[in-house]
Design a protein around this ligand. Structure first.
Ligand code: GLN
Length: 598
């Protein structure tokens, strides 16, 4: 179970245990027959992933949650201007069944109250007549990603008792807002309210709105992207009836409720949440639905006006320590150990804004094989409270399961930085490379690797593997022995390359300068390894600076002796073979790293 899944399921249980003193809708007699304890929740992300809890498969009627989708159909058929002539977009501040019409024109205040929705239905009916219900079902099914049907008993129940809606429709007809007749479009309206959905389907419908009109599971288009802002803005301003202002202020999610017990909330570009719990408050909104949306929005900082970008690209790349290395160059034994044991050490390089949706997206991708995880935040731009609480929880989970979570390059993220000052619970490293180096050493230590003792003799040098003692002794005669003090420059970028260095003791750092003249480290090389060997093959000038990081002693070999000294001819081949092997292993690692950019 992924971590977000755990947190949401706990939240669900927390709500399940709560007392709920709402009442079933009874003005439609059939609605009062449902089990008041039904309670389901589904969250769907814009990449089509669903989290579902409780009665996510129990069907209920969509009721007023149909209104935004009907409105979307009407504007797609007629264009915004024509629809606005008949239905305004002002919040009425009244109940869903209020008769909120402009006195002169009879135009309904908005498409989220019954008067506005009946008008929108009539507009569609004017075009499609007896095909209208089928078209509505088809469109809703595209939103939901599966075929939907009408609940005949609820439809009959409402149609035989819906006198108030009938009165509204007649009033609309009186003002010529309904164009030709009352009964037929009203019948379609009752049917569209009686479409059966479950929480999963409803949440997918919301995710389709969040995903600019494309169903994120099927990839099918339900509404043209250009109309999505129209639908979402009426949901934001009018979706919760006389509770809409407070809702958008506090909860911040465009939403729609229905007397069947559903609340559908949408966070554009990110996700949607559907809640089904049929006990309603006095305003006709599901008590649990309202409460749950409030809590989840608050806990995870979900709000329309907090707008992170690039949700899908939060994970810049994901690697294991079989592939990624610190800048410390190691010998082949160490390399083999990383290859063998590096697969449970994972690195996730994150980027952009960290919020609930972006964290959910990368946390879902943490593999169960991962025992140690480094989260590199170098390229993250912001972090909000929702992201922080998910990270804290992730860290707790890791600790509880004996796993380790490291966070690197995070000091620019104030929230995390100050949290960690107060509660130093995160394992932190200033830079990714430090964490990698540390973990490489733990891999080596726990697998019996013994570092070479200094001074490292010529015969033990990486690049001289396979040379016989006689060959090593012969080579030694032609080498210089040099010492450098800490901080000395040993090789300068651009200079002519003529020799290769075998480190006997100490450590050097290979550095280059960026275009802005900033020095950065390419590699760190310690005793037993060599540097300056590249130009042996291509005779190019030095490509980087090399500095002594400690006091360094080394053997120095001029390239030319391999060509000029006859007794070294056999050695040359061995050295070139070793060099070739080390270059191809480096190239292989580099290729894997490059391929890891998603
Ligand atoms: N069918 C219901 C009605 O018209 C829908 C109301 C609602 O869900 N708020 O009364």
């Amino acid at each position: 179970m992924n971590m977000v899944d755990k947190m949401l399921s706990e939240l669900y249980e927390e709500f399940r245990a709560k007392e709920n003193n709402g009442a079933l809708a009874n003005y439609i007699p059939e609605l009062s027959k449902v089990n008041p304890r039904n309670f389901g929740i589904v969250l769907t992300t814009v990449d089509g992933y669903q989290y579902s809890y409780g009665d996510a498969d129990i069907e209920f009627t969509i009721q007023s949650v149909s209104k935004p989708f009907i409105y979307g159909m009407a504007i797609q058929e007629y264009g915004v201007k024509k629809v606005l002539e008949k239905i305004s977009v002002e919040p009425s501040g009244d109940a869903f069944n209020s008769i909120s019409l402009y006195p002169e024109s009879g135009r309904p205040f908005n498409p989220m109250i019954n008067a506005g929705a009946i008008t929108a239905t009539d507009m569609i009916w004017q075009k499609y007549r007896e095909e209208t219900t089928d078209r509505i079902l088809k469109t809703f099914s595209t939103y939901a990603g599966s075929p939907l049907e009408i609940d005949e008993s609820i439809y009959t129940s409402e149609s035989t008792t819906g006198h108030r809606n009938r009165a509204i429709a007649h009033l609309l007809r009186n003002f010529n807002i309904l164009q030709t007749e009352v009964d037929a479009p009203l019948d379609v309206y009752f049917k569209q309210c009686s479409i059966k959905v479950n929480c999963r389907q409803l949440s997918t419908m919301g995710a389709t709105l969040a995903n600019n009109g494309i169903n994120p599971v099927t990839g099918k288009k339900a509404l043209k992207a250009k109309y999505i802002p129209n639908v979402l803005s009426v949901m934001a301003s009018c979706g919760m009836y006389d509770y809409s202002g407070e809702w958008i202020y506090n909860v911040g999610l465009p939403a729609k409720s229905g007397v069947g017990g559903a609340v559908l909330a949408v966070l554009p570009g990110q996700l949607s949440i559907s809640v089904y719990s049929p006990l309603l408050d006095k305003k006709g909104n599901s008590v649990m639905g309202v409460d749950f949306c409030k809590t989840i929005a608050d806990r995870f900082s979900l709000h329309l006006y907090k707008t992170p970008r690039q949700i899908k690209h939060v994970l810049r790349r994901q690697l294991t320590m079989r592939t990624v290395r610190s800048k410390h160059k190691r010998d082949t034994i160490a390399e083999n150990l990383f290859e063998q044991f590096g697969s449970s050490f994972h690195v996730m390089e994150l980027q952009g804004d960290l919020c609930f949706a972006t964290c959910e997206s990368f946390m879902r991708r943490i593999s169960s094989e991962c025992q140690t995880l480094i989260l590199n935040m170098h390229r993250c731009t912001t972090m909000d409270d929702g992201a922080l609480s998910l990270l804290i929880r992730l860290n707790d989970e890791f600790q509880r399961n004996g796993k380790r979570l490291f966070v690197t390059d995070y000091s620019h993220l104030d929230l995390l930085w100050s949290y960690n000052e107060r509660h130093p619970t995160f394992l932190i490293f200033k830079e990714l490379d430090d964490a990698l180096y540390y973990l490489e050493n733990t891999i080596l230590e726990s697998n019996g690797y013994e570092p070479k003792q200094e001074p490292v003799q010529l015969k033990d040098q990486q690049l001289l593997r396979g040379l016989s003692t006689a060959e090593v002794n012969e080579l030694q005669k032609h080498l210089l022995y040099k010492c450098y003090e800490e901080g000395d420059t040993i090789i300068r970028k651009g200079s002519v390359a003529e020799d290769i260095f075998f480190i006997e003791s100490g450590r050097v750092v290979i550095q280059d300068t960026s275009d802005e003249n900033r020095e950065f480290t390419l590699a760190i090389i310690n005793s037993g390894n060599s540097f300056g060997e590249m130009a042996l093959l291509d005779k190019q000038n030095r490509s980087a600076n090399v500095k002594a990081q400690t006091r360094v002693t080394c053997f120095v070999m001029l390239y030319e002796i391999l060509d000029n000294v006859e007794s070294l001819a056999g050695i040359k081949i061995k050295i070139l073979t070793n060099l070739g092997a080390s270059l191809s292993s480096r190239l292989r690692t580099a290729n894997k790293e490059i391929a890891s950019f998603t």
